[in-house]
Design a protein around this ligand. Structure first.
Ligand SMILES: [Zn+2]
Length: 627
């Protein structure tokens, strides 16, 4: 009896402890893995706690070197301390460590380059996960993932496609792989590629893919684990972020083909024909290309199948719309309560709808139209919607309320237009991006002048650029730019300078200036810096595909004319000025101010002249080749 009372007592104490524990203590936030999005503008710390793990995050600044850090209370870092050196990014280094064990504090320290101000770093939290955004083009915490994109193969569409795809990369790609799956899945993918020949229509034998570099070549964002017939439809389930492309249709037998980019299919489920009830229809999934899954539905009703996305983007349900009813839709109803339009450039419009609760979306691209179903949406404001559309110049989009199904959005969209559909990672906003066809930029000739160039001396005024030993980047870039100007003018070229003196010019103004002048090309001139002072050499950066050739030509001259430096190569980098200019545009990093020997050279007249001469030679060769 005593024993029983004793046990009871212990039990009661435990109950108390767990009760007060849950009231007074937070659950431990576990930080598992770190992801970088393709644009290098977002660092994603995958973290979770049973209670949601919300923390009060405060950032602190440190000087010399320029750093920002923040602490996560009551948090545990799973695995070893993480240390990443980032190249060509405003954040030079990130260190994540268990700062103390009792209390449990994880500390994240970011080393910034001199060009980056502490206020450019924004830390926020979403379902426990920590998002570190270091974009200077802040979009106030709205992170979107692409769930649908038009895919084109013909070369005419290449420019189009690369352009819209580059926007995808810009701020929509967040590789959300579930923490524990992360490493295992990647290993599995790697071993699978080694051991199998992929089922590929182009006839290539993908045994050669053995050399795939998992970090750079394999952009798998979705691990497709399961395909099955359920509730009169096809359930596609996986881990990560599901994305589909415009469906294609085949005949004999009649089939609907849906490709999923950046996806990897569990080997054991590949190429198995699954019957859809007793309708005689079937579905099959295969690994079509290294980074692409393919779903093939054999049916006579190809026009009826509609892919529906779960709000977390991890599953897709594909159903014949005849069989669609409210039973498939979550009980959580939502309303459309925001309508926004944004003109990205003269070819691209972005239209955003905001919802009060996560929305369930069905998407269908037809040859001449686009239809979206917001399946759990029950109301919208016709007037606000129309106003936003008017601003967007997209008057043709229509919303209609359908009984028991939700809201349907239809949009006439010719085949030559490219559409992308993004969903916010909180599920409560969608973004429709439509790009009209545009020709690749051509060099416009003026008979009197041989060619025209915008020269953009980096930084200026209050923006010093990188600083070392009292030497400022902004002064070197101006000197060299003026030298380039002189050489080009002498040879009969028109040169427009974004600044002629030590004045502050915003990046936006630099781009706007260039767009007004409509030059043949745009060249931005900079000096590099690194936290590692042994790094030196020249780099040429380009972003849009039509700028790559200009980068090659100019870089070739730099390397040839300056033997004392190192060829660090060409980089595809999303720097604001070379991303937003619509003519071929490059950014030259003429050397490292952080390297003592190179800095000593960069301040000399000789080195400045060599850089200027090389850039001018490259510009002339490029423009001549386009005549
Ligand atoms: Zn710079």
């Amino acid at each position: 009896m005593k024993r029983l009372i004793f046990k009871l007592l212990i039990f009661i104490i435990c109950l108390f402890l767990s009760f007060f524990g849950s009231v007074f203590a937070q659950d431990i936030l576990k930080i598992d893995s770190v992801h970088f999005d393709n644009s290098d503008k977002l660092i994603f710390l995958s973290a979770s706690a049973p209670d949601g793990g919300q923390r009060n995050i405060k950032t602190y600044n440190l000087k010399q070197p320029n750093r920002v850090y923040f602490d996560l209370d009551n948090s545990v870092l799973i695995g070893d301390k993480r240390n990443y050196i980032l190249e060509n990014s405003p954040i030079k280094e990130i260190v994540i460590s268990q700062n103390s064990v009792s209390p449990s504090v994880v500390r994240v320290v970011l080393t910034l380059d001199e060009d980056t101000s502490n206020s450019d770093i924004k830390v926020s939290q979403l379902n426990g996960n920590i998002l570190i955004n270091y974009s200077k083009l802040d979009i106030s915490g709205d992170y979107f993932s692409t769930i649908f994109r038009d895919f084109r193969k013909s070369s005419n569409d290449y420019y189009e496609y690369s352009k819209i795809f580059s926007q995808t990369v810009e701020r929509n790609t967040i590789p959300i792989m579930k923490p524990d799956a992360d490493k295992k899945v990647l290993e599995e993918i790697q071993s699978s590629i080694k051991n199998t020949t992929l089922n590929n229509s182009d006839g290539l034998n993908y045994d050669t893919v053995k050399k795939t570099n998992i970090n750079t070549d394999l952009k798998t964002g979705y691990f497709l684990k399961l395909v099955k017939y359920q509730n009169n439809g096809i359930l596609v389930q996986g881990i990560g972020h599901a994305q589909i492309e415009n469906p294609t249709f085949l005949s004999n037998p009649s089939r609907m083909v849906i490709d999923m980019p950046n996806s990897y299919v569990e080997p054991s489920i590949r190429n198995k024909e699954i019957p859809l009830g007793d309708s005689g229809e079937t579905v099959k999934v295969g690994q079509f290309e290294v980074n692409k899954a393919r779903i093939v539905i054999t049916t006579n009703q190809t026009a009826k199948y509609l892919p529906i996305f779960s709000p977390d983007n991890q599953s897709i349900f594909i159903i014949n719309t005849d069989k669609l009813n409210s039973a498939y839709v979550s009980q959580t109803k939502t309303n459309i309560n925001g309508y926004f339009n944004k003109k990205i450039d003269r070819y691209t419009n972005e239209f955003t709808l905001a919802f009060t609760k996560p929305v369930i979306i069905g998407l269908r691209r037809n040859p001449d139209s686009f239809t979206a179903y917001f399946l759990n949406a029950v109301s919208y404001n016709e007037q606000e919607f129309k106003q936003a559309l008017e601003q967007a110049g997209l008057k043709d989009i229509k919303l209609s309320l359908m009984s028991n199904i939700g809201i349907r959005m239809t949009c006439p969209l010719s085949r030559d237009k490219v559409i992308r559909f993004d969903q916010n990672i909180n599920g409560k906003a969608v973004k429709i991006v439509v790009t009209s066809p545009t020709p690749a930029p051509l060099i416009q000739r003026n008979k009197k002048i041989k060619g025209s160039v915008v020269i953009d001396p980096g930084h200026g005024g209050t923006d010093y650029g990188a600083i070392r030993a009292g030497i400022n980047e902004k002064d070197i870039t101006l000197d060299v730019s003026k030298m380039v100007e002189a050489i080009l003018q002498e040879k009969g070229y028109k040169v427009y300078m974004t600044r002629n003196d030590d004045s502050s010019v915003s990046l936006q103004d630099r781009v706007e200036f260039s767009e007004k002048k409509k030059p043949d090309i745009y060249v931005s001139i900079h000096v590099n810096s690194s936290v590692k002072n042994d790094i030196y050499g020249v780099e040429t950066h380009w972003y849009n595909d039509y700028s790559h050739e200009l980068a090659e030509v100019v870089h070739k001259h730099l390397v040839k004319n300056i033997p004392s430096t190192k060829d660090r190569g060409l980089f595809k980098s999303k720097f604001y000025v070379i991303n937003h200019t619509t003519v071929p545009a490059i950014l030259v990093e003429m050397g490292f101010i952080s390297n003592d020997a190179e800095r000593a050279q960069l301040v000399t007249e000789k080195r400045k002249q060599l850089v200027a001469k090389s850039i001018a030679e490259g510009i002339i060769e490029y423009i001549n080749s386009k005549k």
